[in-house]
Design a protein around this ligand. Structure first.
Ligand code: ZN
Length: 246
């Protein structure tokens, strides 16, 4: 079966917030799109729910935490992201629920984005490989938290010191979802996406994947996605529209 064409994502916005579970989640597919948007003058902020401290087998969480925070900050700079926040929740065992929604809603209220981007939170990546539990929890909670953020009666204890509800998020995008409907041309910025993944050096080394080639890996996703848009490279997103009638 031929994959369906992807519709271009809406690029008529100024501020996006990326909320993902781990350092490296953006870089495994979406970073080239982030570079495209920052090149257009848009502001993109990263929020990491954990610090990825359980991600390196040969390094204790206390050692890995600082290394991974450093790599993520570096990785963001490569694609024009200056602000990276870490919520410090425990890597690997994030639970979907009200505390997670509360933490993400506060970030949304602080940054007042129009677009919120998270990772695929479907059960799989499209094959039989199950998605990871933290990604599912964070994606679902992010979708809920953008609505919580707009309601002054939810998590109202946050509304002090000038912090206001923010109901301006129009869409939530889940990167790499097997149900992706939309895409963006990343041909011009593909190389920076690769460089951004390579910034996670300690993590990639720790994976112990022999002969892992970040460019080849990313091409394996971006070329088939690009062909669905008639371009060389693209990134895909499942788009959730939050306003009625859109
Ligand atoms: Zn992850």
């Amino acid at each position: 079966m031929k994959p369906l064409p992807l519709e271009p994502v809406d690029e008529n916005w100024d501020r996006a917030l990326v909320v993902v579970a781990h350092p490296d989640d953006v870089e495994f597919g979406a970073a080239a799109a982030i570079a495209r948007w920052t090149d257009q003058g848009k502001t993109v902020v990263y929020c990491m729910v954990t610090s990825g401290e359980a991600g390196i087998d040969g390094m204790t969480p206390d050692e890995a935490r600082d290394v991974r925070i450093g790599e993520q900050i570096e990785s963001g700079k490569v694609v024009g992201v200056e602000a990276v926040e870490f919520l410090g929740l425990p890597d690997g065992i994030i639970e979907y629920g009200v505390p997670l929604r509360r933490a993400i809603a506060e970030v949304v209220r602080n940054h007042r984005p129009e677009i919120v981007i998270t990772n695929n939170f479907r059960e799989t990546w499209g094959g039989s490989m199950p998605n990871q539990s933290d990604h599912i929890a964070v994606g679902k909670a992010t979708l809920d938290a953008v609505r919580d953020a707009g309601n002054r009666w939810i998590f109202s204890e946050q509304l002090t010191g000038g912090l206001e509800p923010w109901g301006g998020v129009t869409q939530v995008w889940a990167a790499g979802s097997p149900d992706g409907t939309h895409g963006v041309d990343t041909t011009e910025t593909f190389d920076r996406g690769v460089e951004s993944l390579m910034a996670h050096k300690a993590y990639i080394d720790g994976l112990g994947w022999e002969n892992f080639d970040p460019a080849e890996f990313l091409e394996g996703m971006s070329r088939p996605t690009g062909s669905r848009m008639g371009v060389t490279h693209a990134a895909s997103f499942e788009v959730f529209k939050l306003a009625w009638g859109e």
